[in-house]
Design a protein around this ligand. Structure first.
Ligand code: NDP
Length: 336
């Protein structure tokens, strides 16, 4: 069983030398346990936070242990009556080829139906990132039809699901993404009304001008994935009583400072700004996954994926995700 462990913690930017590839025996199954062979590993920005030892909403990833991560795969052996050989499952198997899971532990392993939704999408649009978009949009921004909503990291796993969900609610949807290819894809494939290339609008002034043009009626909701000057520019264009769902601030995950220039605008615009962690809202997952599954099954949401080949490619692909080298959901194909 090939595994990738966290070997040491990053000093500043994360590097490949923070990880270590090892081979271990697969332990024999105990009663109640299931052996899962992973087909895909999900790479997600939150993993960067776990590599640090600082105080956060979740515990740090312990050194010398298999990196945490979502996986989809199939049951190859079962000593649990709820799971049979051949079942397709989603779980938190980590950065390794196989995992042994307690099939009775709540929420650890879920069977999935791949008739209408490809297996890998259960790590993206019909999984944690999709539910994240759903929660921020539905529970925090709570838009009315006709309102304008904006999302950063627009073509990523969360951003692309956000677009489909917001369109379904009759919103004007504006994306912010890095580069002309991503922006073209956002409007042509993902249903965004407009997409702004932040690399072409690299400071508050340029971004707020671009937002003014893209959002002639102002901004009613903003789904924050990035942090930094984009948030400042949004505050300048926000309508009274605008809502901001603070989902991520990836621009700061490698230790970069993210100062806010003009916080008084929160008061002036009487805004609501709310952060959230999707795993603390398990009550919404069934409803959200149902809607997301229908959007994917009906072809209204066609999520794009970037797939790295083989477990050994995971660290490099993960570092690429933090630099925007992924185009859509970043996965690692574990089985050949
Ligand atoms: P994505 O698929 O969107 O990949 C990350 C993207 O972030 C990159 O492709 C890149 O897109 C963008 N990015 C990276 N660095 C920067 C930067 N310095 N400035 C601007 N953009 C940058 O990842 P996810 O969809 O999985 O996650 C999106 C966000 O959601 C993250 O912030 C993540 O932490 C957060 N999240 C939060 C959760 C919660 O519970 N609160 C749960 C899940 C995700 P581009 O090339 O367009 O810049």
């Amino acid at each position: 069983n090939q595994q990738i462990l966290l070997d040491n913690r990053p000093q500043g930017e994360a590097t490949e030398s923070n990880f270590r590839l090892v081979t271990a025996e697969v332990p024999a199954l105990q009663d109640g346990q299931v052996l899962v062979r992973h087909h895909y590993l999900s790479l997600d920005p939150y993993m960067r936070g776990r590599m640090n030892d600082s105080k956060s909403y979740a515990d740090a990833q312990p050194l010398g242990e298999v990196m945490i991560g979502g996986t989809v795969g199939e049951v190859v052996e079962s000593r649990n009556p709820k799971f049979a050989r051949g079942d397709q499952v989603v779980g938190m198997g980590g950065w390794q080829e196989y995992s042994v899971v307690d099939g009775d532990a709540p929420g650890m392993l879920r069977k999935v139906d791949t008739t209408h939704v490809p297996l890998s999408h259960y790590l993206g649009a019909v999984g944690m990132p999709g539910v994240t978009a759903w929660y921020g949009l539905v529970k925090i921004i709570a838009p009315k039809a006709g309102e304008t909503v904006v999302v950063s990291a627009a073509t990523g796993a969360v951003g692309s699901a956000f677009a489909a969900l917001a369109k379904a609610r009759g919103c004007r949807v504006v994306g912010i993404a890095g580069g002309p290819d991503k922006c073209r894809y956002a409007t042509e494939e993902l249903g965004f009304d407009v997409c702004i290339d932040y690399r072409e609008h690299g400071d508050i002034k340029a971004m707020s001008r671009a937002l003014k043009e893209a959002c002639p009626d102002g901004i009613d909701g903003y789904f924050e994935n990035v942090g930094g000057y984009i948030l400042d520019a949004v505050l300048l264009r926000a309508n009274a009583f605008a809502r901001v769902a603070v989902c991520g601030m990836i621009a700061g995950y490698d230790g970069q400072p993210l100062p806010l220039q003009n916080p008084a605008l929160i008061l002036i615009n009487r805004m609501k700004i709310e952060g959230f962690i999707v795993s603390e809202h398990m009550e919404v997952w069934p409803e959200a996954l149902k809607e997301l599954g229908t959007l994917v099954g009906s072809g209204k949401l066609r999520p794009r994926e970037t797939v790295a080949q083989g477990l050994a490619a995971a660290p490099g692909a993960f570092l690429g995700l933090l630099k925007g080298r992924n185009f859509g959901k970043q996965l690692v194909k574990i089985t050949p």
